[in-house]
Write a protein that binds this ligand. Structure first.
Ligand SMILES: [Zn+2]
Length: 217
């Protein structure tokens, strides 16, 4: 009886593996989604470990640095087994440096498929403008300029005391619209937009849900 059960279990597993193998071989889209599901499963397993990660509650800077090195060694050893493929991003995203914003959760796996530029308050200073222009020269066809709800940098700009403490950030935040207009007017960007080879979108991220809200701009 037990032997028959094992036999059927083995047959079922082999059949499922064969079907999965055929489906995966036929559908890159399915492989992409399945990989995303596994990545998300990993995130969910780690979500409640925020006090464990790097043991940062009571750790010294040196201990955190050593933990980073150990984690890098572990990650690099996995990379040794699975050599990196080369991707050519067609999307560039400007996002706030706020750690709650996870670009991978916004649009899926962002390790190599997107150029990500992160600054406090999603500031677009001339340096970031050059970075995004470089991305366009490297083949990017869609740029997404984001902001997000509950942004600490925006709160700084709204606070008379903190404005004096962070004058550079505030100055750039106050000029956001002007800087975006300047970016769109850069010859390479302006020409790519005019030829229909580039789109620039504005989006506001709901920090609590990662959902991208339509921007009024
Ligand atoms: Zn922010």
């Amino acid at each position: 009886m037990i032997r028959t059960g094992w036999r059927w279990a083995t047959i079922c597993v082999l059949a499922a593996a064969a079907v999965a193998g055929v489906v995966l071989a036929l559908s890159p889209r399915l492989q992409f989604l399945l990989g995303g599901a596994f990545v998300n499963l990993g995130f969910r397993l780690q979500d409640h470990l925020h006090t464990y990660d790097l043991e940062h509650e009571h750790a010294t800077p040196e201990a955190i640095w050593q933990a980073l090195l150990r984690q890098n060694e572990m990650a690099a050893s996995v990379r040794d087994l699975f050599p990196r493929s080369t991707e050519h991003p067609v999307v560039a995203i400007l996002a706030c440096m706020d750690a709650r914003i996870d670009t991978a959760e916004l649009v899926g796996d962002t390790r190599r498929y997107y150029y990500i530029v992160r600054t406090a308050g999603s500031l677009l200073s001339p340096a970031e403008q050059e970075m995004l222009e470089l991305a366009v020269l490297n083949g990017v066809r869609v740029i997404v300029l984001t902001t997000h709800t509950d942004c600490a940098a925006e709160k700084v700009a709204a606070s008379p005391e903190k404005r004096a403490q962070f004058p550079e950030i505030v100055a750039l935040l106050d000029q956001r619209e002007k800087l975006i207009a300047e970016f769109k007017a850069r010859p390479i960007i302006r020409d790519a937009l005019a030829r229909g080879e580039l789109q620039i979108h504005r989006a506001r991220i709901d920090t609590a849900t990662d959902r991208v809200l339509a921007d009024e701009h």
